[in-house]
Design a protein around this ligand. Structure first.
Ligand SMILES: *Cc1c(COP(=O)(O)O)cnc(C)c1O
Length: 400
């Protein structure tokens, strides 16, 4: 089933919805319809010669679930198919996908250029831990190409970006950044967590490796942690080599949950996007709202670019209220069913005050640079009735 370039493969010409439901599945002798969950740590061999061949790599089968597992492999093949790349490898979390990518390609003396608007823990990983092993990072304004250009050094090996960014929905020109990165002979890594392949396929715009936190929209219902790295086999194999040796492997159970999540990925992403669009337009017209950050709004500076490189604008938006932190907290505390949590990519709408939570560790100056004001509220719009979400927010907004 796996080789989608093989014209005998019934999925060779399949669209994204078909791939999301069927790619990567190979049925066992039991003929199960739903993907099988292989909860096994190791595998048995028919005889001593087969064991030797498996261990030496002469025979390709399973040895141990830190190396390969059939359920995890189905997920890896499905994600690769959806992203339109050759291979993928699954990891225990999104962070271990990023760590494993760094460990596979970087060594002491190397340099990373990274967007300033990336997931907070990614910043911690690069500054606190990679730095300790001699890898330095320069953070840049993601929409300022002079800033990107100036950050490169002869030691730059990896460029890391998220688009649209969290929480302000800055949109980065992927093709332009890919060209710049490749001119400097560095590896272009895109964290595609916010869009998923249902809305954006970074490989079409020159990304070398695509990172996912499967914890978010790939699961879609907030149950399991997981991550993936996708790209050409020669690169993914390097990451796989680190994972086999270090052990941040995805559990088969989590892979099975993610496979179920993927079956509805595009439907959910379209519904998240539609709800977010309606909510953004409603917020924009509320007198207590100063500014709405959502690339689906025509006056957002990244609107045209997002319309070009994304199939939809996604489920995350932010807005500022007048009156700073006090007003923002008032709106958050007046909600009755929205979930006050920093997580996102869930059927349940979540609300958070970035300045005192996800971005609370930044200095005032860093926070200002990143545009995270005290009046800013982030919403990861879920799949509830959008009128109910509006009503839950209106309670606090109307009182301002
Ligand atoms: C959550 C997240 C991560 C980290 O993923 P975990 O699964 O929590 O380790 C990385 N990047 C982005 C954009 C995220 O939202």
């Amino acid at each position: 089933m796996s080789d989608l370039t093989d014209s005998n493969n019934p999925l060779a010409e399949a669209g994204i919805d078909t791939l999301a439901v069927r790619a990567g599945q190979s049925r066992s002798a039991e003929g199960e319809h739903s993907e099988a969950l292989f909860l096994t740590s190791s595998y048995v061999f028919a005889n001593a010669a087969e064991a030797a061949a498996r261990f030496s790599g002469d025979s390709p089968g399973n040895v141990y679930s830190r190396y390969t597992n059939p359920t995890v492999r189905t997920l890896e093949e499905r994600i690769a198919a959806l992203e339109g790349v050759e291979s993928a490898v699954a990891t225990a979390s999104g962070m271990s996908a990023i760590l494993s990518t760094c460990m596979a390609f970087l060594q002491a003396g190397d340099h990373i250029v990274c967007s300033r608007s990336v997931f907070g823990t990614t910043t911690v990983l690069f500054t606190k831990y990679m730095e300790r092993f001699g890898v330095s990072t320069t953070f840049v304004n993601p929409t300022d190409f002079d800033d990107w250009e100036a950050a490169f050094t002869p030691q730059t090996k990896l460029v890391f970006v998220e688009t649209p960014s969290n929480p302000l929905c800055d949109v980065v020109d992927l093709q332009r950044l890919a060209d710049l990165t490749h001119a400097h002979k560095a590896l272009f890594v895109v964290d595609n967590c916010f869009c998923t392949p249902a809305l954006q396929k970074p490989a079409q715009f020159g990304a070398d490796l695509i990172i996912h936190s499967a914890t978010k929209y790939i699961d879609g219902q907030g149950r399991c942690l997981g991550g993936l790295v996708a790209g050409p086999t020669v690169l993914v194999d390097e990451v796989l080599g680190f994972i086999r040796s270090a052990g941040p492997t995805m559990s088969a159970f989590n892979a099975w949950v993610f496979l179920k999540g993927l079956e509805t990925l595009r439907l959910r992403m379209d519904a998240h996007s539609a709800n977010a669009q309606q909510l953004a337009e409603w917020l924009q017209n509320h007198r207590a709202v100063e500014k709405v950050y959502y690339a689906g709004l025509p006056d957002h500076p990244g609107h045209a670019l997002a319309a070009k490189q994304q199939r939809g604008f996604g489920g995350v938006l932010s807005f500022t209220v007048s009156g700073g932190r006090e007003s923002a907290w008032q709106v958050i505390d007046a909600t009755r069913f929205l979930s006050l949590t920093a997580n996102l990519g869930d059927a349940k709408t979540t609300i958070v005050h970035p300045a005192t939570t996800t971005h609370g560790r930044l200095s005032d100056e860093q926070r200002e640079q990143a545009g995270i004001s005290q009046g800013l509220i982030r919403i990861a719009v879920g799949l509830e009735d959008v009128d109910d979400i509006k009503a839950d927010l209106a309670r606090g907004l109307d009182s301002l």
